[in-house]
Each structure stands twice: as C-alpha cells, then as structure tokens.
Design a protein around this ligand. Structure first.
Ligand code: C2O
Ligand code: CU
Ligand code: CU
Length: 490
C-alpha cells in the first residue's frame, strides 16, 4: 500500500501541540526519558529487551497541521520525528523498513560503528517494498546520541527535509555515572520544514536547492517552541540532534549556564561550560543543565547564522525570501526550559569526570580533501566536488587499510560552510586553521566555514568494505559532494 496518509492534529498556541493518530499500536511506550510537557502524544521509544531490539518502520507521507497551516511530511510510523530507538552494546537489532513513499529510500544509522555492508547507503528499497536490517551493536560500542535517516543518493535532501529522521541512542558507561543516572533526559531533534500541503507542486526554489534548502518552521522534536522541564536542584541531560537538511544552528541558553557533556560519538572527559553551541547538520551534542538557578523559564535561542550564502541569496532581491527553501535569517526560540519542583533538598552536582578521550596514535598516512564547487567533466556534473570530483556510483575515491591511523587535512576552498561527515568510523579533530584543537572529543561530522581548514585523525577499526564521506548539507551531497572510501583488509 503506497502513499497511505494519516492525519495529525496540532492545536494552536504559543506552545504547539500535535496529536499523532497512529501511535498506540506497537511496542512499548516508554515515558521516563521524555519530559516535554504539553504533548498529547510523545514520540515512541523502542528499547531493546533481553538483548534484542525488533522494530518495524514504515516510511509514508503524512499530513500534519501547525496552527492553521497544513504540511505534508514524510514520516516513520506516522511519527514526527520518527520513533526513538534505544539499544546497548551487544544487543542485536532487527529493523524492517517498509517503503510506502513513491520514491526509493533506505536507512543510514548515523553514528553507529557497524559494518558498511549492513549500513549500506547504496541499498535501494523501491516503493512498495521492504527490507530487514540485522546487526549487532559491537560489545565495545561507546554510548552516544545518533540518528537514523534515509541515504538514497539524489533523494536524501528532499526526504530528510520533509521529515524523515529519528533518534538512535546507545547506552553505556556514561549512563552509569551516578549524577548522570539521576539526571532527567530529553531529546530535541532540530528540524526545519516548509509547511506546505503539496510539496510536489512547490519544489524548492533553485537557489534553495543549490545552496541547501532551509525551512521557515524551526521545530524541536516536532514542536514549535516546546517546553522542556528542568528538575529544580536536579540535572537535565538534553540531547540535541541537528537533523535539518541544511540549517546550521547557533544555540544559546539565555541567562542560564549549560555544559557540554558529549559530542557526536559520545562523552568528553569532563563537563565544559559553553556560551554558544554551533550545531551543523548531522552533528549532535549532549548538554547538562543544572537546575540550580532561580526557578523560572529560560529560553533556548537560535541566533541567525550566516553559512556564507546570505549575500549570494539576497543579491537576487528580497522576493527570493518568499520562495520555498530560501529563508531570511531570524532569531527564533527553539524551546523553553521550565523549572519544575523536584524532590531534592540539595542540588545534585555536576559529575566531575565523564569518560576520558584517549588520543589516537600518530598517523602513518596523511591525505588532503579539498571541498569546492565546479565542473567535474568525468561525472558530467557542474556540482559540488571533493578533490575536484563529483560523486559517481561505483567510483572509489579513497582506499585505506584496516587499522591504519590517518590524518585527513580538509580544505574548504569555497566561501560557504560545508560540514564534512565520515561514515562508519569516528574521528578526532586535531587542528583547525593551523591551530591545535582545544577540545578532545569523538566526532563524525565537522563543520568548516568558508576558506577554513581542519585536520581530523581517524583509525579504520573493525570493518572492511565500502563506505562514504560527504558534506552533510544534503543538497550538496545530492549534487555530488560525496566520495566512496574503500577500507581494505590489512
Ligand atoms: Cu547523516 Cu551520510 O549521513
Ligand atoms: Cu552518517
Ligand atoms: Cu556542503
């Protein structure tokens, strides 16, 4: 059954509320890790049970109303964002995806260290068909906040932009630290969408498509400015996932301290206070927010951020901002953090230590990756390039050996930002613009502003096969800013 449509309701109001009609059917609802208030229906959480996580997902088109606006989104199990998947090291996962869209799709497990034969972005699940992914979470997999989303080349931007994405949580060591154990948890997937009833009739404007489409409606876990509870005297662990197609967030928590505790691939050594959190598409951050201030409401703000496209776009005149996929930079409140009474007479402190980040050994090989836009005659494309090549199916761009440590010097020769993402293996950022990187952390996506350079260090652990690296502004990826990496046996 293709194109089944379900209706979702959304009540109007400062804090938007929507009702998912299809939710109470399968699996267990698990409310303890979600504390968004005013939600009539939480996004479902599927947790592994006795070492196994079995999930059926169907991707379909769904109507959702936002105030008086009707949007036609693409959703997993009619849920926006998709259900949360939660597992632990050693668990087996069996996930069946049924494609009820009218275009081919597949799944990518962004952040998971599993074989690229399973997490295979070249797989095609045609409309009307289904596929079952089966794999085990490695026993030594770090705890992290990841996410899943479609990765079928040429359809990635349009499918993610219309809503296809869901959180993927791995539990582990960091979850057993006493203060973390006692923290409340919330997840906010940051998505920007264009609330239109018929996307087929309103394709993004060519400028949006070229530079990366953005939506006028910024949503945090499916809601406009939802309320997230902060337990007074307690700790809130807030997982932030940028699952927007192109938008880069510049986040600030107004008048309230917050502390970074984990990046893309898991915990850092100790909590680190931040003023501003820059989160590019694909990136994740876990923040600790101590409820130690004056009880009240505190706003999580997104400050306008220019990824180098504002001048290019506004040179076409102001009307261009009326076009689908092109937005005017504005400040928005992403979520409101509200103190709620807790049962602690004294404040729960921040943990002093989290998980040490062991530095990788020195590299044996160094390579360069130059990001730019231009003509690649071999790919017959005028698109986006890495080392002057646009993506071609089956063309291997880079060959590496299992267990080798390499430094990748990434050079952004363009004037606009490009977030560089590597599948399968995590990396450490060694330097940026020639300066050593102060924070030691595990990452899988790193954003480069125009004309910046970054050096990342990666070890190719555990898995051979073909995987990819690409720009996570998904329109750029679809226009060729992706390469195939073959990891060969040592
Ligand atoms: Cu989140 Cu290759 O992607
Ligand atoms: Cu990925
Ligand atoms: Cu890019």
């Amino acid at each position: 059954m293709i194109k089944r449509r379900t209706f979702l309701n959304l009540a109007a109001g400062a804090t938007a509320v929507h009702l998912l009609t299809q939710c109470a059917k399968r699996g267990s609802r698990q409310p303890s890790h979600t504390n968004l208030s005013n939600t009539l229906q939480q996004t479902r959480v599927y947790q592994s049970n006795a070492g196994s996580l079995a999930v059926d997902l169907h991707a379909s088109s769904t109507y959702v109303t936002f105030g008086d606006r009707l949007a036609n989104l693409l959703t997993y199990n009619s849920s926006f964002p998709g259900p949360t998947l939660e597992a632990s090291p050693g668990d087996t996962v069996r996930l069946t995806l049924r494609n009820e869209l009218d275009t081919p799709t597949n799944l990518h497990y962004h952040g998971l260290h599993i074989s690229p034969d399973v997490d295979n972005v070249f797989r095609n699940i045609p409309p009307g068909e289904q596929y079952t992914y089966e794999f085990q979470i490695p026993n030594n997999h770090p705890a992290m906040t990841g996410w899943y989303h479609p990765h079928y080349h040429l359809n990635v931007a349009s499918q993610v932009f219309r809503g296809l994405a869901g959180p993927l949580i791995i539990r582990g060591d960091v979850d057993r630290i006493p203060e973390i154990q006692q923290a409340d948890e919330a997840i906010l997937m940051l998505q920007d969408i264009e609330p239109i009833p018929d996307p087929a009739l309103q394709e993004p404007h060519p400028l949006g498509k070229r530079w990366g489409r953005e939506g006028n409606l910024v949503l945090a876990h499916g809601f406009q400015n939802p309320v997230v509870n902060v337990p007074q005297n307690g700790l809130l662990r807030l997982r932030l996932i940028n699952s927007s197609a192109s938008r880069i967030y510049q986040l600030q928590l107004k008048d309230h301290p917050w502390f970074l505790m984990a990046t893309d691939r898991g915990a850092i050594a100790e909590p680190k206070e931040l003023q501003t959190l820059l989160l590019s598409p694909g990136e994740r951050a876990e923040m600790l927010i101590p409820g130690h201030r004056e009880p009240g409401e505190y706003q999580l703000i997104n400050q306008p951020y220019d990824r180098g496209v504002d001048d290019i776009i506004s040179s076409f005149g102001d009307e261009v901002h009326q076009m689908t996929g092109v937005v005017k930079p504005t400040q928005t409140t992403v979520a409101t953090l509200r103190y709620v009474e807790g049962d602690r007479p004294t404040p729960l402190p921040l943990p002093k230590q989290l998980i040490p980040v062991e530095p990788l050994p020195l590299p044996t090989i160094t390579r360069e990756f130059v990001l730019n836009h231009g003509l690649d005659s071999t790919a017959e494309s005028t698109g986006f390039t890495i080392n002057a090549q646009s993506f071609v199916m089956d063309r291997i761009n880079t060959r590496v050996r299992l267990n080798d440590v390499e430094d990748w010097h990434i050079v952004n020769n363009a004037t606009i930002d490009h977030p560089f993402h590597l599948h399968t293996n995590r990396f450490q950022i060694i330097e940026r613009n020639g300066q050593p990187e102060p924070l030691s952390a595990w990452k899988d996506t790193v954003s480069l502003k125009g004309n910046e350079t970054v050096t990342i260090r990666v070890r190719f652990d555990d898995f051979v096969g073909r995987t990819v690296y690409h720009c996570h502004i998904l329109d750029h990826e679809d226009q060729g800013m992706m390469g195939i990496l073959e990891i060969q046996a040592a």
